[in-house]
Each structure stands twice: as structure tokens, then as C-alpha cells.
Design a protein around this ligand. Structure first.
Ligand code: ATP
Ligand code: MG
Length: 763
């Protein structure tokens, strides 16, 4: 075990039980050290149940368990290894009574949470101009992440005071409905330990080793939870890299590392400097990029793997062409023997995945999307899940409102308003308020209640996949989507949900927990005097619903099938792949326009790019598109400044490197927020255009831009404006532009360097 480590790593793995901070760069073996330390301690006789190991994504947690499994022949099921949310969920399920929760509490994902807030704002006649639901959501989550309940918030102005009141109302609504949002999972778990000394002491005695991966991204509440759990008895082993901190926008706080060093590790800091992951060019490019950040703890990274291949950069005219190129290149990689799951396509924003997914789908290459366009977030899946949640807990008003009249059952908005009034009046859920309703609305609502009750009684008899089939049928969803001309895909997705449930009950670890199949050691048994509460609290249905909320739907590829990996860069943290595509390197998209207004925004974006680059082992591609359809609009942008921060000797442009184009007319906005970021982008390019070179020259009979030859009078086609005729051509280099009369859209002036124009042959 130790032989495969370098001396610094080995020393970190084998040191005595004490608080330790490992501060080291990407790919230096932090996660390897963390997992090896667990294995090594177990070899020394420490029980598997004495560990609590936490990381940030489900995928990383699974990977950790896999690495452990490969080191030691142990059964890792039932071990406390997971994400913060996953572990807190487990704790709350085990001790739901002490936590003041109903047994079958449901987890609201952020979309659910937003819907709940919208509903609340409406029901309480709150001005949604002054209190936009998203702002309210951000406020509530930020308070929870600071560990603050409404009573403890100091509000000095009327606006904040009102926000606190809304937080309070929101909290009451959640209690009434038996639902818990993501931030609440953490806060509740913290309060549970804080307020219940026996429980706290139990876990403090149990967990003698607490290990935290990706420590740089913990927020204050997570930090407090960990130190409470450690209770001065456990040894905490934290590993992290300040250059990879990418969750400041969610309250992550790098200063936790400094606090941890000061309060716990007390100088016991291990630094690792050799990178074992990436070849030289990739590492040099990443190091050069991150050196543009000012506020760093400072680390060196080197490799003896050799220079390897340069980072390849490709610029395409549109996002569709970018995606097409990526797919062609993936084919080439597969032909060269890269395994499917060693290829990752990364993007800054979830919305970018649609085009990629679409093209991958038609190419027949198996792929998996992590996070984002999540399977469990599709409309029809949410409908089915809403029925399932109501079966599990009929007081869940969010689910109730989602499906009470879907498919339509003649229950109108007015009836629901009235029902809502009763619910408020009697301080109960909508479900409980139904008996107060009279007339036709009362009858129809009564029928809906009967449907839910009948399904709930079926739930006792059927296994989970059967139950889902029954729900799809009895709810009327099946008929509804059958009648819908575009419902075919939705029907398939619902079938896929049945498949997912089948896989879940047979394969997932959670299912083992439910079935009581966890290997119960005497120690594990002592976890709960409520031992049975585990089984009761976690019905297969309940477990599946938690899973659906916590886990991204990974169901595009068949379970177990090797697949190309699609995910946001955030989700790729800690992972590694032989081949990595980083897409959408455009100003405004990456760095993201929203970040530029934030204090540390640009630096956080750069860290994100650093994370992306350092995922690659052998080959990294960086791609960009001149135009992109996002949120229903075509947007034009210049290349990301990050491209100009990569040293020339470490990169290779596979398409001619274009200098920054100049945009003349108002409609070509770029991603940037109005002029500011555009000017920033331009000044940035101003410096580099001398080295960049521009593939545009004036030809006698027209203008050559890239590989296109434009002439006056020529017919051209534009993705958005349609067909038109070139009226004038002017400028060269970055100034090259054309005035074009479009048949339908009128006359426009376009920058030839970025506008995606097809020349109509013979036009
Ligand atoms: P990140 O910051 O991206 O999370 P990390 O520091 O956690 O990276 P690991 O994922 O643990 O790095 O290691 C990167 C790769 O290097 C892994 O494939 C790991 O197995 C390998 N590796 C780590 N240490 C050694 C070593 N001493 N010898 C050979 N390979 C190693
Ligand atoms: Mg790691």
C-alpha cells in the first residue's frame, strides 16, 4: 500500500492520529493519500465504522469507495462515506424524531424550493417586485449556510426585516409540509448534534477519524458541523487546494483552511508537489493560467511524465458546429483506443449540454450526463415523483399542487385558492383541508384524495418498480402522454424511471440499508437505539425519493455501460480523464458574465478553468464558438481571455487563431453586459492581436476572412437573419465587416470575423 507512494505521501498516510492539513495542487495525490490513509488505518485495526469521510459530489464519493475497495478486500457498504448532503440526510433519517422531522420528510431540490417560495409569496400577497423569489431563495440559503434561524438574524433595515419574516413563513410552510431543502439538511443535522448531547457523544465516540476531501470548498456551516462532530476526540484529516476553490458563490470560504491550520492542524501541514496526473504541456498551461490570480497560498507542481501533447484549441462558427466537431473528435479518440469513460466533455453552464447531448444522441455514442439537465428534473418525471411523494407523505403541498390537476381533473385555480384558504385557516396541509370543501370542487378533490389513498394502500403490496408502473397508469399520466403527439419521449422517460427504480432496489447501497442488508457489526448496531427506525424511516419508496432528489439522473447510458462523460466543470472536481474537452471558451460565458461583477469573481472563474485543465491526463481540447444559442437567443462573443493566458508553447490552434473582431452594430451584443465587458474583452485582445495574427486579407475582388471569400453582390445565409445579399465590404483584419441586406430582416452590418455566414454557392 505504502510502496506506491512518494515519501511525503507515505508520511502523511502513516502518521499518528492527529489533525492534519494537506495543502497541495491538482493531481498531486491528495485523494489517493486520503483513501490510502483510511485503508492503512483499517489495516492497523481501526473499524470501518469509525470513519466519516466526506466529499462534494456523489460521483467523487463513489470513486472514493472504489479506490478503498481496490486497496482492501472489505465491504464498504454501510460505511459513512458520502457527500455532506448525503451524510446529513442519513443522520436525519436515523434520528428524525430528535431532529423534529416527520419520518417521511421529502427533500426539495433548488427548483422545488423556488416553486415553494413563489407560492408563498403569492399566498401572502408579498410584492414580488421588491422580493423576487430568487433573491428570497438566495437570502434564505445564505442565512442557513451561516447557521442562522430567523430569530437570530439582526436586521437593521425594513427590507431585511421583511426578508427575515418571509424566511420565517417559509420555514413554517416547510414544517407543515414535511419538506427540507438542501441547506436545511445541513443546518438540521448540525442542530441535531448541537441540541442532543447523548446523540452527539455517541457519534463523537464512534467517529475517531474524520476525513474531508476538497476541503477548500467547505462553507462555515459545514466546517462547524465537522468540528462539532470531531468534538476534540476525532482526528481530522483535511485535504484541499486553494487554487481549486470554486464554490465561493455558495458560501464556501477558503479561510476555513487557514482556521483549520491555526486551530487544529497547528502547523502539521503536508505539501505535495509532484503531479502524477497530467503530462507536461497540460500542467504548464494550467500553472501559467493560475499564476494570473493574485490571492494564492502558493504551490509548485511538477511532473516527470514528460511534456506529452500540447493543448489543442479549436474555434468554430457556431455551437452546433463546435458540438459536431467534438463528436467527430470523440470518434477519433475511440478509434485510437481511448475508453468511453476516459473521455469527458466539460462546460461552464448546464444549458450548453443540450446541443452536445443532442448530437451525441444522434451519433449513437453512449454518454452520461452528470448533474444539470437532470433526468429527475424532466417535467414528466417530476410529475410521477410528485405522485410518489404524495403516497409517501400526502401533506407535501408542493407535490400536491404539481399534480392535483395534472392530468386535468376539473379542479380549477379558484378551487385551489379556496382550498389554500382553508389550509391556512386550520393550519393544515392542502390534503387535510379537502374535507372542508363543498360542491363540485369538493367532489373532484375528494376523488383525487381517494386516488392517492388507493395508491398508498397499493404501495404496501407492490415492489417499487411495480408501484411506479401503477402510478403512471392510475394517475392518468400514461393516457395523457399517449394522447400527446409529442409525448413519445416522455413515455420513454417514464419507462426509464421504472428501470431506474429496478436498478435502485437491486444495486444501490441505499437499498441495502433499507433491506437491512448492511453488514451489522456490533458497533454498527449501536448506532441507534432506534436500530429499527432505520428500517422504518427508510421505506424503499422513501429511499428512492431521497435518491432522486440527491442524485443526478445518470440514466442516459444503460447502467453499467461505458459512456462518454458530460458534466459541468463544477461537477468534474476531483475527477480525471485521459481525454478532456473544455467547451465554450467565450467571454461572457467563461468567464461567466455574472462573475465579472463580483469581487473575487474573475479569480474564481480562473480557478474553475484551472480545475478544468487539470482534469486531463493525456489530451486536452479547448473549444469555442463564435455564436451560440442560449436561452432561445443567438449570442455572439469573442474568445475567452483565458485562452490568451495559456503560453504559446503549450498550446496548438487547430483552426486559425482569429484576432478579436470588432462589432459595429448594436444588436451584436456579445455575452458581455453591455459595453463594459465588451471593452474589457477588446482591450484584452488588443494586446494579443500582434502575436495572434489575423487570417483576413483584402483580395482584389473582395475580402477573404478565414477560408471564406466574400464579394459584393454575393448571396449569403445567416443562421438568424436568413438569406441576404452583400452590399458593401470594408476594413481588414479585426475591422473586416460587411453590410448585408437580408430579405426578411433588413439591412445589417456584420463583423465577418464572428458572424456565422454561409456563402450561397452561385449566389
Ligand atoms: P485533485 O486536486 O484534482 O483532486 P488529487 O490531488 O486528489 O487531485 P489524486 O486524484 O489523488 O490527486 O491523484 C491523481 C492521480 O495520480 C491519480 O490517478 C493517482 O492514482 C495518481 N497518483 C497519485 N500519487 C501517485 C504516486 N505516488 N504514484 C503514482 N501515481 C500516483
Ligand atoms: Mg482529489
Amino acid at each position: 500500500m505504502i510502496q506506491n507512494l512518494n515519501p511525503e505521501q507515505a508520511q502523511a498516510v502513516t502518521q499518528p492520529a492527529q489533525h492534519t492539513l494537506i495543502l497541495a495542487g491538482a493531481g498531486s495525490g491528495k485523494t489517493r493519500v486520503l483513501t490510502t490513509r483510511m485503508a492503512w488505518l483499517m489495516q492497523q485495526g481501526v473499524s470501518p465504522y469509525a470513519f466519516l469521510a466526506v466529499t462534494f459530489t456523489n460521483k467523487a464519493a463513489r470513486e472514493m469507495l472504489m479506490r478503498l475497495n481496490s486497496l482492501l478486500p472489505i465491504d464498504t457498504r454501510g460505511m459513512w462515506v458520502g457527500t455532506f448532503h448525503g451524510l446529513c440526510n442519513r443522520l436525519l433519517r436515523l434520528h428524525h424524531q430528535d431532529a423534529g422531522l416527520v419520518q417521511s420528510f421529502q427533500i426539495l431540490d433548488s427548483a422545488d424550493q423556488l416553486a415553494a417560495i413563489r407560492r408563498l409569496i403569492k399566498a401572502n400577497n408579498i410584492d414580488d417586485e421588491k422580493f423576487a423569489p430568487r433573491d428570497v431563495q438566495r437570502f434564505i440559503n445564505a442565512q442557513k449556510e451561516k447557521g442562522l434561524r430567523p430569530q437570530r438574524i439582526e436586521a437593521y433595515d425594513p427590507h431585511t426585516r421583511r426578508l427575515v419574516e418571509i424566511y420565517e413563513i417559509y420555514q413554517q410552510q416547510c414544517e407543515r409540509e414535511g419538506v427540507v431543502d438542501f441547506a436545511e439538511l445541513l443546518l438540521r443535522a448540525y442542530e441535531l448534534l448541537q441540541n442532543h448531547a447523548p446523540l452527539r457523544q455517541h457519534y463523537q465516540q464512534r467517529f475517531t477519524h474524520i476525513l474531508i476531501d476538497e476541503f477548500q470548498d467547505t462553507n462555515p456551516l459545514q466546517y462547524a458541523w465537522l468540528t462539532l462532530l470531531a468534538g476534540g476526540q476525532a482526528a481530522m484529516f483535511a485535504v484541499g487546494d486553494d487554487d481549486q476553490s470554486i464554490y465561493a458563490f455558495r458560501g464556501a470560504d477558503i479561510s476555513n483552511m487557514k482556521c483549520f491550520e491555526r486551530d487544529y492542524a497547528k502547523g502539521n501541514v503536508v505539501r505535495l508537489e509532484q503531479n502524477y496526473r497530467s503530462s507536461g504541456h497540460i500542467l504548464d498551461a494550467a500553472n501559467a493560467l493560475i499564476s494570473h490570480n493574485a490571492d494564492r497560498l502558493g504551490k509548485k507542481l511538477w511532473t516527470d511524465a514528460g511534456q506529452g501533447e500540447t493543448v489543442r484549441i479549436i474555434e468554430k462558427a457556431s455551437d452546433a458546429l463546435e458540438a459536431q466537431w467534438v463528436i467527430e473528435e470523440i470518434r477519433a479518440l475511440l478509434r485510437d483506443g481511448f475508453p468511453h469513460d476516459e473521455i469527458a466533455v466539460l462546460y461552464r453552464s448546464n444549458a450548453q449540454s443540450r446541443v452536445l447531448e443532442h448530437q451525441l444522441f444522434s451519433s449513437g455514442i453512449p454518454y452520461k450526463v452528470y448533474g444539470g439537465q437532470r433526468f429527475f428534473e424532466r417535467q414528466e418525471i417530476k410529475h410521477v415523483l410528485a405522485y410518489l411523494r404524495l403516497i409517501d407523505n400526502p401533506n407535501d403541498d408542493t407535490s400536491w399542487l404539481r399534480v392535483v390537476n395534472f392530468p386535468t381533473r376539473g379542479i380549477g385555480a379558484r378551487s385551489l385558492e379556496q382550498l389554500g384558504d382553508y389550509a391556512r385557516q386550520y393550519n393544515c396541509s392542502l390534503y387535510r383541508a379537502v374535507p372542508y370543501m363543498t360542491g363540485r370542487a369538493g367532489t373532484n378533490l375528494g376523488k383525487f384524495v381517494a386516488l392517492i389513498n388507493q395508491l398508498a394502500s397499493q404501495a404496501q403490496m407492490l415492489n417499487l418498480p411495480e408501484l411506479i408502473e401503477q402510478v403512471v397508469h392510475d394517475s392518468g399520466l400514461l393516457d395523457h402522454y399517449k394522447a400527446d403527439r409529442e409525448g413519445a419521449e416522455r413515455l420513454e422517460n417514464m419507462q426509464e424511471l421504472v428501470n431506474a427504480a429496478t436498478v435502485f432496489v437491486t444495486e444501490e447501497g441505499l437499498a441495502d440499508e433499507v433491506a437491512g442488508r448492511i453488514p451489522i457489526t456490533p458497533e454498527a448496531k449501536s448506532v441507534d437505539e432506534n436500530g429499527n427506525a432505520v428500517l422504518a424511516a427508510m421505506s424503499p419508496l422513501g429511499a428512492f425519493l431521497s435518491h432522486a432528489s440527491l442524485e443526478a439522473g445518470d440514466n442516459q447510458a444503460q447502467a453499467g455501460q461505458a459512456a462518454v462523460q458530460l458534466m459541468t466543470i463544477h461537477a468534474a472536481k476531483g475527477l480525471e480523464f485521459d481525454g478532456v474537452f473544455i467547451t465554450g471558451l467565450e467571454e461572457g460565458l467563461f468567464p461567466h458574465e455574472n462573475s465579472l461583477a463580483e469581487l473575487d469573481g474573475l479569480e474564481e472563474e480562473r480557478r474553475l478553468m484551472y480545475v478544468a485543465l487539470t482534469r486531463g491526463r493525456k489530451r486536452v481540447y479547448v473549444t469555442l464558438a463564435q455564436s451560440r444559442m442560449l436561452h432561445g437567443k443567438t449570442r455572439y462573443a469573442t474568445r475567452s481571455r483565458f485562452l490568451d493566458e495559456l503560453p504559446e508553447e503549450n498550446v496548438k490552434w487547430l483552426t486559425p487563431r482569429q484576432a478579436a473582431p470588432v462589432v459595429s452594430s448594436a444588436w451584436v451584443g456579445g455575452f458581455g453586459r453591455g459595453g463594459a465587458s465588451w471593452d474589457q474583452a477588446r482591450s484584452n485582445y488588443g494586446q494579443s492581436s500582434s502575436t495572434g495574427g489575423m487570417a483576413s486579407t483584402v483580395a482584389k475582388s473582395g475580402l477573404v476572412v478565414g477560408d471564406q471569400h466574400f464579394r459584393v453582390g454575393q448571396g449569403v445565409r445567416h443562421a438568424k437573419f436568413g438569406e441576404g445579399t452583400v452590399l458593401t465590404l470594408s476594413g481588414t483584419g479585426t475591422e473586416a465587416q460587411a453590410q448585408i441586406h437580408f430579405r426578411d430582416a433588413g439591412t445589417k452590418t456584420l463583423a465577418l470575423g464572428i458572424a456565422k455566414l454561409d456563402i450561397i454557392v452561385g449566389g
